[in-house]
Design a protein around this ligand. Structure first.
Ligand SMILES: O=C[C@H](O)COP(=O)(O)O
Length: 250
């Protein structure tokens, strides 16, 4: 079965006002988008609901993070249940900025992923190595370790609720994109790991996105790789070229 092409836009902590978010969405609403691509955008938490209200219906909305508890004394957090209640279908978890700047461990990311799926969300689950880890030949091992933490708590989980985003940390926001060969090799390694650790069927059906300095200029070649099923886009998702990335296979 062919995997659907998927493009996510992670706005991170941008733009800095609701008005600027609205104008970004208005541009996206007017764009000619390939209907074969599943498109998900992740605005900052405060704007998730207003964006959901104005964005075109063929574009879904994601939160950039959530906690694993349903409710309680957890100041500053958002629960998976609240996202579901607000009609938000997706959440990004395990982004390298969460792992590095906010000290999220693979175990915490796994717990949050399990809770999000159990609550009814779909998860864009991010993994990826640092430059030092790549240069010392640990790329596959690091991705496996990050995935294994979830596999360990994934008993009877519905893997169709997960999209994996491979984002080498050295490529995020740096302008240094992975070559299509590097992306393909790592995506293939991720599938090989899942084939053994979960099942060949899951390894074959799970969508694996590439993220890290994707632009309109480099997306077409990356999109031709057999194990690259789409992108998680940061900086370029805030620009009109996001539509060209969505249309990378058109
Ligand atoms: O989630 C998106 C990634 O962090 C990629 O960001 P970037 O496209 O700005 O490099």
């Amino acid at each position: 079965m062919a995997r659907q092409f998927f493009v996510g836009g992670n706005f991170k902590l941008n733009p800095a006002s609701l008005q600027a978010s609205t104008s970004l969405i208005e541009t996206l609403n007017k764009a000619d988008l390939d209907p074969a691509t599943e498109v998900v955008i992740a605005p900052p938490a405060l704007y998730v609901i207003p964006v959901q209200q104005i964005v075109r219906k063929d574009v879904k909305v994601a939160a950039q993070n959530c906690y694993f508890k349903e409710s309680g004394a957890f100041t500053g957090e958002i629960s998976p249940k609240q996202l579901v209640d607000a009609g938000i279908p997706y959440v990004i978890l395990g982004h390298s900025e969460r792992r590095t700047l906010f000290h999220e461990t693979s175990e915490l990311v796994a717990t949050k992923t399990r809770a999000a799926i159990d609550a009814g969300l779909k998860v864009i689950f991010c993994i990826g190595e640092t430059l030092e880890q790549r240069e010392s030949g640990q790329t596959a091992a690091v991705c496996e370790e990050q995935l294994k933490a979830f596999v360990d708590v994934a008993k009877e989980v519905d893997w169709s609720k997960i999209v994996i985003a491979y984002e080498p940390v050295w490529a995020i926001g740096t302008g240094k994109v992975a070559t299509s060969a590097q992306a393909q090799e790592t995506h293939k390694d991720i599938r090989a790991y899942l084939s053994t650790a979960v099942s060949p069927a899951v390894a074959n059906s799970v969508q694996i996105l590439y993220g890290g300095s994707v632009t309109a200029g480099n997306c077409k070649e990356l999109a031709q790789q057999p194990d690259v099923d789409g992108f998680l886009v940061g900086g370029a998702s805030l620009k009109p070229e996001f539509a060209d990335i969505i249309n990378a296979r058109k």
